[in-house]
Design a protein around this ligand. Structure first.
Ligand code: SF4
Length: 213
């Protein structure tokens, strides 16, 4: 089975985003969680063209609410091509009914706990409409597939050292989407700092970027 993971994007500011600054980590993280018997690609719509003629069996789209129109358009185009399209991310987590009008299945919350089950269900022709992901223990997660990051972002690499937030601001999705403040093991984080991606090194640009939420 072939899976295309797409990180949806659309330009939202007339004068903003002059640089494609920081690469999202979701796609390369999901790719790392994907069992080896499957073939996986990661496409960042922000910097790469969408391959609508892909031979992938499953299209998985991740997006924030601000990029929802782009994600819905992608789903429509892939459905025209008879592809199964699933989605995850904050928008689908808080808009389940709406999301199910656009996608064949959605993952709410954090995907780690249900990703392999979803892929197995798809292979068996038993895809469920909603997979409810639970908060993940960061002790056991794999190293993201940095090799699948396009060499087109200003920051070439992102390392996730923590997840969640110790605060609970009422307007923020983090406390409910990523509850608790969780730390990745220090050895994992320092190990990821040593992994280079193509094109990094000798260019006078940092390859490490700590994301603290
Ligand atoms: S991530 Fe920021 S806005 Fe959200 S709860 Fe934490 S401190 Fe508040």
């Amino acid at each position: 089975m072939k899976i295309d993971i797409i990180i949806a994007y659309m330009q939202r500011y007339e004068f903003g985003h002059e640089k494609d600054f920081v690469p999202p980590i979701t796609g390369i993280h999901l790719a790392a969680l994907t069992p080896a018997q499957y073939t996986v690609r990661v496409i960042h719509q922000q910097v790469e063209p969408i391959d609508f003629d892909t031979d992938a069996d499953l299209i998985a789209i991740s997006f924030f609410s601000g990029f929802a129109p782009a994600a819905f358009t992608l789903a429509k185009e892939f459905h025209k091509r008879r592809k199964t399209v699933i989605a995850g991310g904050p928008h689908v987590t808080y808009n389940i009914e709406e999301s199910l009008t656009h996608f064949d299945a959605i993952v709410t919350g954090e995907a780690e706990s249900v990703w392999k089950e979803l892929l197995a269900d798809f292979c068996d022709g038993k895809l469920k409409p909603v997979y409810k992901g639970e908060p993940t223990d960061l002790q056991d997660i794999p190293t993201p597939r940095f090799d699948l990051l396009p060499n087109k972002f200003f920051i070439r690499k992102v390392i996730q050292a923590t997840r969640g937030c110790p605060f609970t601001c009422s307007f923020c999705t983090v406390p409910s989407l990523n509850p608790g403040f969780r730390l990745r093991p220090v050895d994992d984080v320092s190990g990821m700092l040593l992994i280079t991606t193509s094109g990094i090194g000798g260019k006078g640009r940092s390859c490490g970027f700590g994301m603290i939420t």
